[in-house]
Ligand binder design. Structure first.
Ligand SMILES: [Zn+2]
Length: 298
């Protein structure tokens, strides 16, 4: 009810987007001048260059024909369902006309779940790979045909899992695994892996490398945090999405899982909503462009 009151009008939604996009005041999108005035059509006219800026320009809401209130309800629903939502669930909840629209909206929201320039993990981080799709293969590339390889990085937080990063990689070669580690973890951190030789040059990349060897104690869970994340990820992909996650969209699902996992302990669900809206207006053009390509390809 508080949500419905707060975002009761298109103007209230727009004002909220403006406050998150320009916390220090509205700026012209073309020349960055702060000297703008609001037009009757909800745009901001630049007195310096004459450009009319929309708060929706360059965000996932650009070119939307739907009422922003509907978008806000979608974001509220998506952030309040702890384990995520399906396109069908979203369609039914919002009463959207088509499944296709619900599906497209979910993908746009997933694009907003990747924060531009998000910081890398630090401290001690467990790293391992897992496969997605097809029958379970042996580890490290044996029988990997047709399957997708994902590198999982899980921060050690006492006995718990801290934040995570997931990254799709083409194979288990040293260059691809090192690239994944470099994208996910700040140099200087401690990386804990199994004895796979591809990780052996992490020290040269500026990391402290700890090898937990499988042969030391048979049956012992040597990378417990990363294994827990892998189990949860697979259950999530199989559960909410019935395992129907195509390779084309796997990155988007990995982003959504990461977004939810890293905020799983937020007691105030409103914070998740706030983050999602904030990222929806801060999102750079790259993931949106990637998304457009995927939507065209689908
Ligand atoms: Zn301007």
């Amino acid at each position: 009810m508080e949500f419905e009151r707060r975002f009761a009008s298109e103007e209230a939604c727009r004002a909220y987007l403006v406050s998150l996009r320009w916390p220090e005041g509205i700026r012209c999108l073309r020349c960055h001048s702060p000297s703008v005035w609001a037009t009757v059509r909800g745009l901001y006219h630049c007195t310096f260059c004459g450009h009319q800026t929309s708060v929706l320009a360059g965000t996932i809401f650009q070119d939307t024909k739907a009422d922003l209130r509907l978008w806000f309800r979608a974001m509220w629903y998506v952030t309040n369902q702890k384990s995520g939502v399906s396109a069908l669930g979203l369609q039914r909840t919002l009463g959207l006309g088509s499944y296709r629209t619900a599906w497209t909206w979910l993908h746009k929201l997933r694009a907003a779940m990747v924060r531009p320039g998000r910081e890398r993990l630090t401290g001690t981080v467990e790293v391992d790979e897992t496969y997605w799709g097809g029958p379970q293969p042996g580890k490290h590339g044996r029988g990997a045909a047709g399957k997708t390889l994902i590198v999982v990085a899980a921060q050690v937080d006492g006995s718990r899992v801290g934040r995570i990063r997931l990254c799709r990689v083409p194979n288990t070669s040293a260059p691809s695994l090192e690239r994944a580690v470099q994208a996910a973890v700040e140099p200087g951190s401690v990386i804990r892996t199994d004895g796979l030789p591809s990780y052996s040059r992490l020290v040269d990349r500026g990391y402290v490398h700890e090898v937990v060897r499988k042969e030391t104690a048979v049956g012992e869970n040597l990378l417990p945090r990363v294994n827990r994340v892998v189990a949860l990820l697979k259950r999530w992909l199989l559960g909410i999405h019935q395992g129907r996650v195509s390779k084309t969209h796997l990155d988007a699902y990995l982003d959504e899982f990461t977004f939810r996992f890293n905020r799983r302990t937020s007691r105030w669900r409103g914070k998740l909503f706030y983050r999602l809206v904030q990222q929806a207006v801060a999102v750079d053009a790259r993931p949106v462009k990637r998304l457009r390509r995927q939507l065209v390809a689908a």
